[in-house]
Write a new protein. Structure first.
Length: 401
């Protein structure tokens, strides 16, 4: 029976929940806002299937990528957070009559895995969601579509992909896994759904309007120095909401380093405990493709250094390579290409104030002010230098257009 003693030993992939033959395991949220499996000992039959599919207890074999590539899709790059490779791959699966699974922001601002059968539906999956998504019955749905003979693309965090692979491996006798392709991304960690939901409510209270959407990575101003954009329905009296600069709009745009939620995320304060010693990073997820931002574009592919966005693609299997056919990519030097992306680091240290942050979170009156108090502020010279670099990047982008 699966038993979580150390919270850092569970990545929340839900494989154990889905594999249980008597459905005696459910996900329960802890005080930090993360979901963990809880088994009912009175219903457990002791089959051991839950432990056998756990990617922490039974990790997949490590492997090196077949190729490390860089590039972009000119068709999709403008509306993508990086280089537009994901929608390119998704369209090939949709074109073959298949379905795509990915994380989407729901109407109530929760983030959940959904199924898409058209590119219009796939668009909801585009762009990162810096929240651990609710998987619900996604693993079972993937299984069912494969049993129906459909091609399936599943995209998610490395731990979600690893959990799915472990779950489906136990059911391989029932289906054809050659019709499944999995895509993960360079992930340095995920905040919990509980924190995000509280933050969304705090934003609605602050601006007096219901939130209708969020874009965690908006590159309208800059890909390198992106913004987070919150969309609102309008104020309670039907007017637009006020922006930080005093103007009125139906959206609130902030530099990611100035938004408390995003700032604490990039500073690793709000990550799931297992993320600090992730068991599935660096080739352990079993994915066919790994996508990331090519932050080293200036060194790796200077011809794409125009601040429009570029993708780093790790081709892990021949199946993954086939989905990239027709897309112009260049093979890169792995160490140079992956060097500037923290998602490829083996682990990140636990911030000193993390426990303090979560211990007092529930008693915080003004959540945004509370979270801002934990943001590490850079030294003034560094902040000035960052602002100058952002201005120069923006100027270069306008000139190259």
């Amino acid at each position: 029976m699966i038993t979580i003693i150390d919270s850092a030993a569970c990545c929340g992939c839900t494989a154990c929940v889905n594999i249980c033959p008597v459905q005696c395991i459910v996900m329960r949220r802890d005080r930090e806002g993360f979901d963990y499996p809880l088994a009912n000992p009175d219903r457990c039959i002791g089959c051991g299937k839950c432990e056998s599919v756990c990617p922490v207890l039974e990790p997949l074999e490590p492997r090196r990528p077949l190729a490390v590539m860089g590039g972009r899709s000119d068709e999709f790059v403008e509306e993508s957070a990086s280089g537009g490779v994901f929608p390119y791959v998704a369209r090939r699966v949709i074109g073959n009559g298949g379905v795509v699974f990915g994380a989407a922001v729901e109407d109530d601002m929760t983030v959940a895995h959904c199924e898409a059968g058209s590119m219009e539906e796939v668009n909801r999956f585009r762009g990162p969601k810096y929240v651990q998504s609710e998987l619900y019955a996604a693993f079972e749905d993937v299984h069912d579509r494969l049993c129906e003979g459909m091609e399936v693309l599943f995209s998610g965090t490395p731990c979600q992909v690893a959990g799915l692979r472990k779950y489906l491996d136990k059911k391989a006798h029932e289906l054809d896994l050659s019709s499944l392709v999995t895509v993960d991304f360079a992930c340095h960690g995920v905040p919990g759904p509980g924190l995000w939901e509280k933050y969304a409510v705090s934003m609605e209270r602050a601006y007096g309007s219901g939130m209708t959407g969020v874009k965690f990575r908006d590159k309208k101003r800059s890909w390198f120095h992106y913004d987070v954009v919150y969309e609102f329905a309008g104020s309670a009296d039907g007017n637009s909401v006020a922006r930080d600069d005093g103007a009125c709009s139906s959206s609130v745009r902030r530099k990611y380093v100035e938004d408390p939620y995003m700032a604490l995320f990039v500073q690793d304060m709000t990550l799931r405990p297992s993320c600090y010693k992730c068991p599935v990073r660096c080739g352990l997820s079993g994915s066919d493709l790994t996508l990331a931002d090519l932050w080293s574009v200036r060194q790796s592919m200077p011809r794409l250094d125009d601040d429009r966005g570029a993708s780093l693609v790790l081709v892990n299997t021949e199946k993954g390579r086939m989905l990239l056919e027709g897309l112009v990519l260049e093979e890169l030097v792995p160490e140079l290409a992956m060097g500037n992306n923290g998602g490829f680091a083996e682990s990140v240290p636990v911030p000193e104030r993390r426990k303090e942050f979560f211990d007092s979170l529930d008693s915080a009156g003004d959540l945004q002010s509370y979270m801002s108090g934990f943001v590490r502020r850079g030294a003034l010279p560094k902040r000035i230098a960052r602002a100058v670099r952002a201005a120069l990047v923006g100027l270069k982008r306008r000139i190259m257009r």
